[in-house]
Design a protein around this ligand. Sequence first.
Ligand SMILES: Cc1cc2nc3c(=O)[nH]c(=O)nc-3n(C[C@H](O)[C@H](O)[C@H](O)COP(=O)(O)O)c2cc1C
Length: 159
Amino acid sequence: MKALLVYDSQFGNTEKIARAIGDALNIGGETILLRAAEASPAAIAGYDLLVVGSPTQRFHATEIVAGLLKGLSLKDVKAAAFDTRFDMDEVDSRMLRMAVKVAGENAYAAPRIAAELEKAGATLVMPPEGFIVEETEGPLRAGELERAAAWAGQILASI
Ligand SMILES: Cc1cc2nc3c(=O)[nH]c(=O)nc-3n(C[C@H](O)[C@H](O)[C@H](O)COP(=O)(O)O)c2cc1C
């Protein structure tokens, strides 16, 4: 299985998750990790599995990830999306918690990425997943790297 994992990361946390997922996917074959800034629609073509990850920023994926997903053609490609995000139960701002509640599925990067992947014709093999950072610049919550590896294992099991 040829798998490509494209990710963006401002402070390095999403990159750590991406590496954990990439390592776990490698068990199933060849996995290439690519920073979104270095990716192009042509570079994304030709894989059996495409995993895309981004930090959640202002309820969205980063511009670079969102831009990359526009106009892709992913017919016959299996796909999955993840993000890093705050645990809203632990966020002090009542306003932010409220806004997230109102935004529902659209409050985080991963569901938005997943929607774009589906729009491009890909088949989602796992529901979008979020991994928790404790502060804006990290660290990741304890256990998230292991959870990411387990999530990747579920992807492998489903394809
Ligand atoms: C400008 C900015 C906006 C953010 N907005 C959100 C947000 O809407 N929801 C959320 O859960 N986390 C938000 N965060 C926290 C990021 O998700 C967190 O910084 C990210 O997971 C860290 O990943 P990285 O180290 O790969 O950049 C924001 C962070 C920044 C810098």
